[in-house]
Design a protein around this ligand. Structure first.
Ligand code: PMP
Length: 430
């Protein structure tokens, strides 16, 4: 399987001509498909439709006697805290279940830190001069947009298959006291599917930090979202940080947005006792308590790990064939000659497609052929993909047939964009 650059000029011309014809034919099919975001498919939502009938009239009391109809219980229902603490690997007393969005909990951690400082801060972050966050890239656009919103400077560090480039991370965090935080999606990352290795997690926990109030935002959004039979487990950052003498470094998040209903699930935050006390004190200035009825609803429908795993297995049966449809099409159309490369994640919601130097043009061509993709650059701070190469593919929402069709349109767009680019490169050379 040769790369495009290894083909002779005639072969490139032929490829380009044929790519233009295939793309033109595809365009005439007037496909309209949206692959821009990784939402669950309707068939997944139907599997949890029963939640809409729960907890049911007359059923409003939690295990410990809490009447869920009334105010209070900022940290969440005890049974929900216990279950999600086990999943995330934290102590129940240091775990809160609150609200419907883990992003909102990350946001509040940032805003409280900006306005008041976290428990280790010499000064509130907004009075500490310019502050910075490390951003493993490709990464999650909502993270980057959030830090950008508050004027936090973002520093990209390359994300490999087993986590960020730790030599760079360690050097930066040790030297620069302005680095107050770091975004991490440790398992089946959005968008590459990377899984942080135990060695990387240990280094994150141990590394010396110039800023005493440095925090790792550990967003375990895909903690149970396996795509193969292997249920990958990652090392526990919270206990690694405790062992390393940095007990307040880890802020861990997850939610059931892609387990039950996005926008109507449960969000979870766990950290050290000190951080939880600090967070809950501020949170209790913001609200009198969470939606305990939704927590009860979730506990009725999915009371334990085995219920959650059984549901996630059903989702896998729906989702995995869609990923396979993408691989099959990409292998066929992009494998020989090798026009692009892509990840084959073992979990999560996304595939990263790499089309060196022509991602922007590919997304444009795909859009003109009726396939909406995440805008290029979204996976990078300031929307700047320095090599113009990353494209996020989100197979979950469409049906398997539609995914195959969308993948074909994307692949044809890559072939056209890459051959165009290669021709242009050669014409500049002479
Ligand atoms: N983090 C990551 C990495 C995600 O991919 C998503 C969903 N796209 C979220 C957070 C959103 O989480 P929530 O719905 O809990 O706010």
């Amino acid at each position: 399987m040769g790369a495009l650059t290894e083909l002779d000029d005639r072969a490139i011309d032929a490829l380009h001509e044929q790519a233009a014809i295939s793309y033109g034919t595809f365009k005439k099919r007037e496909v309209r498909l949206n692959m821009a975001r990784g939402k669950p498919a309707l068939g997944q939502l139907d599997l949890v439709e029963r939640l809409l009938d729960l907890p049911g009239r007359g059923n409003h009391v939690a295990h410990d006697g809490t009447d869920c109809r009334n105010y209070g219980g900022m940290e969440g229902l005890a049974e929900a805290r216990a279950l999600y603490a086990r999943l995330i690997g934290a102590r129940p007393e240091n775990t809160m279940v609150g609200g419907n969005s883990s992003l909102a909990l990350m946001h509040d951690n940032i805003v409280y830190s900006m306005l008041k400082g976290n428990p280790s801060s010499p000064l509130p972050w907004n009075r500490a001069g310019r502050i910075r966050f490390l951003c493993p890239t490709p990464g999650y656009d909502y993270h980057f947009n959030m830090t950008e919103e508050y004027g936090i400077q973002m520093i990209s560090v390359p994300l490999g298959e087993d986590g960020p480039d730790m030599d760079r991370v360690e050097a930066l965090v040790a030297e620069d006291a302005a680095i107050k935080g770091m975004w991490c999606v440790p398992k089946y990352s959005n968008p590459t599917g990377a899984v942080y290795s135990d060695a990387v997690i240990e280094r994150l926990a141990r590394m010396p930090a110039a800023a005493p109030d440095f925090r790792i935002f550990w967003d375990n959004a895909y903690i149970m979202h396996h795509l193969t039979e292997e249920r990958i487990e990652t090392a526990n950052l919270l206990t690694a940080c405790e062992r390393a003498g940095n007990p307040d470094r880890a802020l861990m998040f997850m939610s059931t947005s892609k387990i039950t209903f996005p926008g109507a699930g449960l969000a979870v935050f766990a950290s050290s006792e000190t951080n939880m006390r600090w967070f809950l004190a501020s949170a209790s200035r913001r609200s009198i308590g969470p939606d305990k009825i939704n927590q009860l609803r979730h506990m009725c429908a999915l009371p334990d790990e085995s219920a959650l795993y059984a549901l996630m297995d059903q989702y896998r049966a729906i989702i995995a064939p869609k990923f396979d449809a993408v691989y099959g099409t990409f292998d066929r159309l992009l494998g020989d000659p090798r026009v692009a490369t892509w990840t084959r994640p073992k979990g999560g919601y996304f595939i990263s497609l790499y089309a060196d130097g022509c991602a922007r043009r590919t997304v444009e061509l795909a859009g003109e052929a009726g396939i909406a993709l995440t805008p290029t650059g979204a996976a990078f701070p300031y929307r700047n993909d320095p090599d113009d190469r990353h494209i996020r593919v989100a197979p979950t929402t469409l049906s398997a047939d539609e995914v195959g069709l969308a993948a074909e349109g994307i692949a044809l767009a890559v072939r056209l964009a890459a051959s165009e680019r290669e021709k242009a490169r050669r014409s500049l050379r002479v």
